[in-house]
Unconditional design. Structure first.
Lengths: 301, 300
């Protein structure tokens, strides 16, 4: 094999040959033409078939041979799936690519809905066993939510930011702040206070609720702008427009536009991140509940 | 009528780069635009911010052209006349223009950034503004809290309850009920031994290991619902018949079910592969009990 490569190098006359590589991007969802999707579907169909074709007495539950089998497979899968967090931090050549691992994580994780639920035998209640099942479902559904966001949001994210980086968005707002500061110097105290409201009581991101809803109506800049617009409008009606105030209005409007762009960016990034704030901590809680489930079941056999 | 412009730029290692140009003209434009004579690269400076005009020798006027005032001697102005001999300064955004008399009646202008760019400060805030770390506790902390809560409340607390529990005390009424003498040969279905329909509450309140119970107990055993070790006597050992027989003594309940059902469930004398006549013998033997049952409980 090595001599063959050397021979082909000699033929092309290139000192360095590039590793063969697909030019088209293949994401983790259709990695190797959906190899892991097929594995997951097979697993689910076999599990469902075994569940439907057996008739244990008194009924399906976690303690039949099928229940133990599904439980063992499910517990093993849960531990392996949670190891994605470890795998992605280990950088270097590995027999399994991170993309392949992620693909398997997604599809096997989805098949866990079938395996885990059949393991319960649909016997659910207020206990540690059902807690483990519920946490598992929360983890899987939050992962599904995350993938659907990853499929749609990045395009909108990049459309919103254009060619601008995050730092440049902040820079634009800071710049307008400086210009506002300068432009506000000749104003009287009352108008200067409005500008200070925009400078000092303006939070770009704010709380989680604000980040998600995008409602910043009570933010310093929005309040200052509303008041200044009213003042300028009054001036226009009476025919005495204060040019300095009009300049402030212009700057506040530009700042509001810059804030709106940054906040759209923040809103989408929040959505892209929030599912992981469910997915990851609940996974850890699930591992704890799984341990409690297994120990308690065999302790009180 | 000329200007000597010295533009000072900071090098990354802290040194200064000074570029000096002599412009033989009576008027200078100052701004962010590249076509300005003095270019001040900062967004706080307007594209064409101001104009410097040498009115007479030693006297320069500054006039804003971008609508944003400049700071001269601590005041924001749109127009000012300056005497070069007094070494006046003009602040535009983060820059300062220092004027001084130069050679041959020229006006020397040093342009220097006096307010450092705030990029560094923003970079520190960038993460907290654009990522959720500014609005939420970290994932790691939430994972610790959630995981430990589950471990402590649903594993350790029930476990310590189990370990600390001594010999299980069986409810007196239940034991008495189970030990009630029943005529030999009688069992469920004769109307005398009935399954209770009311659920008695277990005495003693909630026990932590109830969270391990996979479901409710039957009404007859409901009094044991907070008393797991009444049946689960040894850890990691399946419930044994001995646990049942602690209450269901042989004298109290000889058979688990009605005699007819017991007979039906027994292996025929000849074994599983015996001819079909074998079960009929058993059924005949159990017939009196079966008819008695039917009389006691007519089919509804």
């Amino acid at each position: 094999m090595a001599s063959k490569t050397q021979a082909s190098r000699a033929m092309t006359g290139k000192a360095v040959t590039r590793a063969p590589r697909d030019t088209a991007h293949e994401g983790f969802l259709n990695h190797k033409r959906g190899r892991w999707a097929k594995v997951a579907i097979t697993l689910s169909v076999v599990a469902l078939g075994a569940y439907l074709l057996t008739d244990p007495v008194p009924r399906h539950n976690g303690g039949t041979w099928l229940g133990y089998l599904l439980g063992s497979i499910g517990a093993g899968m849960i531990v392996w799936l949670s190891l994605l967090g470890v795998r992605k931090r280990v950088i270097g050549p590995k027999p399994f690519s991170l993309k392949g691992w992620t693909s398997a994580h997604v599809y096997l994780g989805l098949s866990l809905i079938v395996v885990g639920t059949l393991h319960t035998g649909f016997q659910l209640g207020w206990n540690v066993h059902t807690l483990a099942w519920a946490l598992m479902m929360i983890v899987i559904l939050s992962g599904l939510w995350g993938i659907s966001l990853y499929a749609t949001l990045p395009e909108r994210l990049s459309a919103n930011r254009g060619e601008v980086t995050q730092l440049q968005m902040l820079e634009a707002i800071r710049t307008l702040d400086r210009q506002l500061d300068i432009a506000a110097q000749p104003l009287d105290a009352e108008d200067a206070a409005l500008v200070r409201m925009s400078l000092e009581e303006c939070r770009i991101a704010g709380s989680l609720g604000q980040r998600l809803s995008g409602n910043y109506a009570n933010d310093g800049n929005a309040r200052a702008l509303a008041t200044i617009i009213e003042k300028v409008m009054t001036g226009r009606r009476t025919g005495r427009v204060d040019d300095r105030l009009a300049q402030i209005e212009f700057l506040l409007e530009r700042k509001e536009a810059a804030l709106a762009q940054a906040r759209r960016h923040i809103r989408m990034k929040t959505q892209l991140e929030l599912w992981l704030y469910v997915h990851v901590p609940v996974t850890i809680a699930l591992l704890a509940a799984l341990l409690a489930h297994i120990i308690s079941v065999f302790l009180y056999w | 009528m000329s200007f000597i412009v010295r533009q000072v730029a900071k090098r990354a290692d802290g040194g200064d780069i000074i570029r000096t140009r002599t412009l033989v003209q009576a008027e200078l434009t100052v701004g962010r635009g590249t076509d300005c004579d003095i270019q001040l690269a900062d967004l706080a400076v307007m594209l064409r911010h101001a104009r410097l005009v040498q009115i007479t020798a030693g006297k320069v006027s500054v006039e804003t052209t971008g609508g944003v005032p400049v700071e001269v001697g601590g005041k924001f102005v749109t127009r000012a006349d300056l005497a070069v001999a007094e070494n006046p300064t003009i602040d535009i955004g983060p820059f300062r223009l220092s004027l001084s008399p130069g050679e041959d009646g020229a006006v020397a202008i040093t342009a220097e950034r006096v307010v450092p760019p705030i990029e560094a400060a923003d970079a520190a805030h960038e993460t907290s503004i654009f990522s959720l770390s500014g609005a939420m506790p970290t994932k790691r902390r939430m994972a610790w809290v959630g995981g430990l809560a589950v471990l402590v409340l649903l594993l350790l607390v029930p476990l310590f309850h189990f370990i600390g529990e001594g010999e299980p005390a069986l409810p007196q009424t239940m034991v008495a009920e189970a030990a009630r003498p029943v005529t030999p040969g009688q069992g469920f279905g004769d109307g005398k031994l009935s399954v209770p329909t009311a659920r008695p509450a277990a005495a003693g309140g909630f026990a932590p290991d109830e969270s391990w119970s996979s479901g409710t107990l039957s009404d007859a055993h409901a009094s044991l619902s907070n008393n797991c070790s009444a049946c689960h006597q040894k850890a990691f050992v399946s419930v044994t018949d001995g646990a049942c027989q602690a209450c269901h003594t042989a004298s109290a309940l000889p058979d688990h079910a009605a005699p007819a059902r017991m007979a039906k469930g027994r292996l025929p004398d000849g074994g599983v592969w015996a001819p079909r006549t074998a079960p009929s013998i058993c059924r005949r033997a159990a017939a009196p009990a079966a008819t008695r049952n039917m009389k006691a409980q007519p089919p509804s």
